[in-house]
Design a protein around this ligand. Structure first.
Ligand SMILES: [Zn+2]
Length: 157
């Protein structure tokens, strides 16, 4: 494995660890030339995560779809491309670490919502409206009330 610091190809493995489900192998390495320590992950390729959609059709997990969805929801909001990509990466990493290779679009939506909720309320509402097929303004009102209640709760604590 090429050392990220000096480019040497010679290293030794200090430690090898496996995730709970055995889907990710993590190796701690040390460069034999400069002594730099780094970690590599060996894992199942992401196309092996399959997504079951609402109509029960199945498609390969596509991180770019998550990125596009969040981008749409956060148009004009103070959320950076980097933050969006980080959310998508975290979701992928979460499924792999948990060994969940079959997920539903609703599960993905829920995680995106929980992450957006703490980041930006407007982007969260927009995303939730698409994700949960909000039918009218009442759906928004109930969720806005919920958020307000949470905020008050934080203040009074
Ligand atoms: Zn090195």
């Amino acid at each position: 494995m090429k050392c990220p610091k000096c480019g040497s190809l010679e290293d030794k493995v200090l430690e090898t660890r496996q995730s709970k489900e055995g889907t990710v192998i993590k190796r701690r390495r040390e460069c034999l030339k400069c002594g730099y320590r780094f970690t590599t992950y060996e894992r199942i390729e992401e196309e092996f995560i399959t997504v079951v959609k609402k109509d029960n059709s199945v498609e390969p997990f596509d991180k770019e779809k998550i990125v596009r969805g969040i981008k749409l929801a956060s148009t004009g909001r103070p959320i950076t491309e980097q933050q969006i990509r980080q959310i998508a990466d975290e979701i992928e990493r979460y499924f792999i670490d948990e060994g969940k290779l079959k997920v539903t679009s609703a599960e993905i939506g829920d995680i995106v919502k929980s992450k957006l909720r703490s980041l930006d309320a407007v982007a969260f509402l927009r995303f939730a409206s698409v994700c949960d097929n909000f039918q009218d303004i009442k759906d928004f009102e109930s969720i806005i009330k919920e958020i307000e209640k949470e905020k008050k709760g934080e203040k009074s604590e």
